[in-house]
Design a binder for this molecule. Structure first.
Ligand code: SF4
Ligand code: ZN
Ligand code: ZN
Length: 395
């Protein structure tokens, strides 16, 4: 006979899951309740709902299981008591109709929950899509077969698709939230996502990004809207089960470009949990409690910001990472012979004043993880960041 559900009070039902972090045996109904309670505790425990000011929450949705589950949980917790809207960044991934299908699932859920859905079309915002980045990379790749690529071109080619995509999403979500008076941005990153980034940043010993690892990214700057990851301590398996039990519509196919090195790190995280159930939860929880406060003190003085001189958003350099990437892409994408020029011809297209050329041009100061891939020298990258006192900005 299986174990009985134990959810603080007696329950006659059989347990269908034992929560790795708390070892609680739960039935389906109480698993749902328990998951929603954990999200509520994280929000409440971090005083993220300010009763004195009128909260206006923006939930970043992608059509995937995590953000769809988050939207349902938040609706259960706050339904109509707090102003809540969703935003979908339409990346215009045409391959496999990925963006179109993702948007369809998002619309379906928002309609069902009666939550206003905003869509940011990146073609309108920046005149290039993720597909354009892929084809530009391919053009440089071809060029590299017969010509030596410049440093910027090499960096561009070696950078993972998800790194570009993440930068674009973070930028537009924050910009939309700041321009429309939202007080918080909620995103659906689960514990496995965050543990994967944590591991990558640990290996590269990027203290700046390690310090920013956490369920809350607070800000007192009006251009950087505070961000919360309510699923930070909820594992991918738990999200999958919640989504299944609540019959939440979501896109089930993977993004056609999801083949970054982080997948291998994700597998390592799963393997660690396989050796000791709940080990990753314990690591993430204990890091927040013990090591992070020590790191915060030692890294804090590096966190100063200014404004990007192009878009005016918060940045640690003269131009923010997003503007540097966009400028590069525009220069090459709209030239018919882009990616075919030689190095000397390339010099005509200096993209920024020389003072910004020293360190990696594309390494995003607000990236989720230290290196888009591991072809760059980890140590040099990190030292560059510290020496130039170019501080990380809003994740
Ligand atoms: Fe973007 Fe990568 Fe996600 Fe695809 S898998 S949507 S490229 S971040
Ligand atoms: Zn029960
Ligand atoms: Zn900018």
């Amino acid at each position: 006979m299986g174990r009985r559900c134990f959810f603080f009070t007696e329950c006659d039902a059989d347990a269908t899951i034992i929560i790795p972090s708390s070892k609680m045996p739960l039935c389906n109904m109480h698993f749902i309740k328990y998951t929603e309670n954990r999200v509520w505790k994280l929000i409440d425990g971090n005083a993220l709902l300010n009763s004195k000011t009128k909260e206006k929450i923006l939930v970043a949705v992608s059509g995937g299981k995590d953000s769809q589950a988050l939207l349902v949980i938040l609706d259960e917790l706050f339904h109509k008591r707090i102003h809540m809207e969703a935003v979908f960044i339409d990346l215009k991934i045409g391959k496999d109709n990925y963006s179109e299908n993702s948007l369809r699932y998002t619309k379906e859920l928002c309609d069902k929950l009666d939550i206003p859905l905003n869509t940011v079309n990146i073609m309108e915002e920046q005149q290039y899509s993720i597909d354009d980045i892929i084809s530009l990379k391919q053009r440089f790749h071809e060029k590299g077969k017969s010509n030596r690529l410049s440093k910027k071109e090499s960096e561009f080619v070696s950078r993972g698709e998800c790194s570009f995509c993440g930068e674009i999403k973070r930028y537009h979500i924050n910009k939309f939230a700041a321009e429309n008076g939202f007080t918080k941005v909620y995103t659906g990153h689960n514990m496995n996502d965050e543990a994967t980034k944590f591991l990558q940043n640990l290996i590269s010993m990027n203290l700046l990004l390690l310090v920013r690892s956490g369920p809350v990214l607070d800000s007192n700057n009006e251009q950087a809207v505070p961000r919360l990851k309510p699923l930070y301590f909820i594992s991918e398996q738990e999200v999958i089960l919640y989504t299944y039990l609540k019959k939440i519509p979501h896109i089930e196919t993977n993004c056609p470009y999801s083949k970054t090195p982080s997948k291998k790190f994700r597998k390592i995280i799963e393997d660690i949990d396989g050796v000791q159930n709940g080990a990753i939860y314990s690591l993430m929880k204990k890091y927040q409690k013990t090591l992070k406060p020590l790191l915060v003190n030692s890294v804090q003085e590096l966190n100063t910001y200014s404004k990007c001189n192009k878009c005016g958003m918060l940045s640690s350099r003269k131009k923010c990472a997003y503007c540097r990437t966009t400028e590069f892409i525009h220069k090459y994408l709209f030239m018919a012979d882009a990616g075919t020029k030689t190095d000397s011809e390339e010099n005509e297209f200096n993209l920024e004043s020389s003072s910004d050329h020293d360190s990696s041009y594309f390494i995003s100061e607000d990236s989720d993880f230290a290196l888009p891939d591991f072809q760059n020298d980890v140590q040099d990258f990190y030292m560059d960041e510290l020496n130039e006192e170019e501080k990380s900005d809003f994740e």
